[in-house]
Design a protein around this ligand. Structure first.
Ligand code: GDP
Ligand code: IMO
Ligand code: MG
Length: 419
């Protein structure tokens, strides 16, 4: 059994919560793209965990967690996450594995991320400043350092020295203290050695042995470097192709693909957002839904649900079903709007445009649904939901022609209706 969970909008849809709920039934949980730009929140009772690099299935003691070759890993951040797990008595030893082909993200990548954003001025992406872009740049330039290098010390040292030289030429002086960092990395190599494996071999073997795998998506399709709102995107492939490329497993015909979709839309950072709201409704919804970034704490931009964008998202990722999240946050609105089409000069666009200029020339066509006042956070079944709320869910299914299998009505594990 293979299940893939993907962000269907601009991120922070609530992937972590469903991954945590489902992972109890899986042998292996994987991460395959991105790095600590991701922030996946999981609540167990009142205890809150935010996972950046560690897969969100770690809380179930029987799971193994694999961080795949497609990820870029800042080791100090990973060790911090290990420390948090230790403090909460979660035994992670012998349960977390890192691909020997995954790339190491150094402090200088973060520094360069900051410098690049500054240089872009008004056109800055609004990155998480976690060094993601610069680390993938090094990967594409074929000078990146991988976890297999960490196990070959002389080679690691030589490559790192050389990289610092090259990057200083390119970006000017770096604050990176090479000698100190080399010392640190020698220690990290010892700590991480038992976790570094040939992850593609491990996973392909697991598939042969009929083990179940839950493939955790990070970031989201509209932040995909190919399919997202380029250049306001991340530097990896968070859409479905990135799952396979980032794990080194072939596409599985029988995998179930679950798209996570927030009942409205949010975005952090710069870039187009056709259904964005300003003013009172946005401010209210941000407060009600606590829409502040899990990684950077930045206020998230807020908008209505965007079906035109979701149809594009669906075309690329081919979801079998959706998890509609944060439906509870829409209680109390008199009217709820849904963006259904993009119109340009009165004509409906067939798909999501590549050109941001064309996108900016579009107007969103909305439909309006009556809201509901009842608090739905204790509803256990679909039938318990107020009629207008049920109609909202059914309308989304109808517009997307895809079933909504899970409905989030609160942040806790037990606040998930299975339809
Ligand atoms: P992710 O990056 O996709 O895992 O999402 P984040 O963790 O960044 O942001 C989602 C936020 O919404 C987290 O604070 C979750 O605890 C919260 N959340 C998830 N599902 C629900 C839900 O159904 N209702 C409410 N009220 N909160 C939810
Ligand atoms: P999860 O997994 C929301 C956004 C950043 C920025 C752009 C590029 O929690 O859903 P980067 O640091 O990747 O170079 O930033 O992408 N971004 C996210 N926004 N959730 C995420 O992950 C994100 N990962 C990247 O805000 O706009
Ligand atoms: Mg997040």
């Amino acid at each position: 059994m293979i299940t893939i969970i993907l962000g269907s909008q601009w991120g922070d849809e609530g992937k972590g919560k469903l991954i945590d709920i489902l992972s109890e039934k899986y042998d292996i949980i994987t991460r395959s793209a991105g790095g600590a730009n991701a922030g996946h929140t999981v609540y167990v009772g009142d205890l809150k965990y935010i996972f950046h690099l560690v897969p969100s299935g770690i809380l179930h003691p029987n799971t193994k967690c694999v961080i795949g070759n497609g990820c870029v890993i800042h080791i100090e951040t990973l060790l911090e996450e290990f420390k948090t797990l230790e403090e909460k008595n979660i035994d992670y030893k012998n349960r977390i594995f890192i691909s020997d082909r995954a790339h190491i993200l150094f402090d200088y990548h973060k520094e360069i991320d900051g410098k690049q954003e500054e240089l872009k001025g008004k056109q800055k992406v609004g990155t998480t400043k976690r060094g993601i872009g610069p680390c993938y740049e090094d990967k594409a330039s074929r000078r990146g350092l991988r976890f297999c290098d960490l196990l070959e010390w002389e080679q690691f040292e030589e490559k790192l020295r050389n990289n610092v030289k090259v990057l200083t030429e390119l970006y000017g002086n770096l604050e990176f203290d090479l000698e100190k960092q080399l010392n640190n990395y020698k220690k990290y190599a010892e700590i991480l050695k038992p976790m570094i494996i040939d992850a593609s071999f491990y996973l392909n073997q697991a598939i042969k042995d009929h083990q179940s795998i839950l493939m955790e998506g990070a970031n989201a399709i509209m932040l995909d470097v190919d399919h997202g709102t380029y250049p306001y995107v991340t530097s990896s492939t968070p859409s479905i192709a990135g799952i396979y490329a980032g794990l080194g497993v072939p596409p599985q015909k029988n995998a179930e693909v679950i798209g996570i979709v927030k009942a409205f839309t949010t975005r952090v950072g710069a870039g187009p957002f056709p259904t964005e709201l300003q003013g009172e409704i946005a401010d209210n919804l941000r407060q009600i839904a606590n829409e502040f970034g899990s990684t950077t704490g930045r206020p998230r931009r807020i908008g209505w649900l965007d079906i035109a964008m979701l149809k594009y998202s669906m075309m690329i990722n081919n979801y079998d079903c959706f998890n509609l999240t944060k439906l509870d946050c829409l209680s109390s609105f008199e009217k709820i709007k849904i963006g259904v089409n993009y119109l340009r000069n009165g004509e409906k666009l067939k798909s999501f445009p590549a050109s941001l200029k064309i996108l900016a020339e579009c107007e969103v066509e909305y439909i309006e649904m009556p809201g509901w006042k009842e608090n739905i956070q204790n509803c256990k079944n679909f039938d318990d939901l107020p009629k207008n709320c049920q109609d909202y869910v059914r309308k989304i299914e109808e517009l997307l022609n895809c079933p909504i299998k899970y409905i989030g009505v609160g942040f806790r594990r037990d606040q998930m209706i299975i339809k």
